[in-house]
Design a protein around this ligand. Structure first.
Ligand SMILES: C[S@@+](CC[C@H](N)C(=O)[O-])C[C@H]1O[C@@H](n2cnc3c(N)ncnc32)[C@H](O)[C@@H]1O
Length: 187
């Protein structure tokens, strides 16, 4: 299983950057994805497609819209690979998430927020996502030394603390000392 994952991850464009949920994080990320049983989902923050690949593998029926400010030319290798590997299930949108509601117009089951990690960015992405009526929202970096406070403050501001599971981890991708997920169940 992990060998298949490694093989698929190796097809994404190279130069992994700090903060991505690579193959070592796929098991943890997958646990949340499976729980949602999502058929329609949005990912804010594609980077080179690692988390997108995990979602597409974990959720066999999901249609995934990934949004990132990275131009298509920069991520072409990954986008083309995922489009070919998961026909009709993966759509890349080169855009700021500010325009989320121009891109996705139908309700979604699940939103993954891992884009602009400033408090203002997380709040904006959250408030826009809510308008798509998701049952679940997952945030990365909930325990991150720099960004974790922003995630948890937004969750508190939304009144979701009692609906949220925070799962901190250490060294999951080798380069970040500590981070974690916050999983909000709105159903
Ligand atoms: C931490 S990376 C995402 C990692 C990816 N989810 C993964 O685990 O493989 C954050 C990404 O958010 C993107 N980003 C930052 N601000 C954004 C915005 N306003 N709208 C959309 N994407 C944004 C960056 O270009 C970067 O690729």
């Amino acid at each position: 299983m992990m060998d298949t994952y490694r093989e698929l991850f190796s097809k994404l464009i190279s130069n992994p950057t700090v903060g991505e949920l690579g193959v070592d994080a796929s098991e943890s990320l997958s646990k949340y994805a499976v729980k949602t049983n999502a058929k329609m989902m949005v990912e804010i923050g594609f980077n080179r497609g690692s988390s997108a690949l995990t979602f597409l593998l974990s959720l066999p029926e999901v249609v995934l819209h990934s949004i990132d400010i990275r131009p298509y030319e920069d991520v072409k290798g990954s986008v083309d690979f995922l489009t070919e590997q998961f026909p009709g299930r993966f759509f890349y949108h080169h855009s700021s998430s500010e325009f989320l509601l121009d891109i996705v117009k139908e309700p979604v089951d699940f939103v993954f927020i891992d884009g602009d990690h400033s408090y203002a960015g997380i709040l904006r992405d959250t408030e826009l996502s809510v308008q798509l009526n998701p049952k679940y929202i997952l945030y990365d970096d909930a325990c991150h030394p720099q960004h974790g406070h922003g995630v948890l403050s937004v969750i508190e501001r939304m009144g979701w603390t009692s609906k949220t599971t925070v799962d901190c981890y250490t060294n999951i991708h080798g380069r970040i000392a500590s981070s974690g997920f916050a999983f909000v169940e709105l159903v």
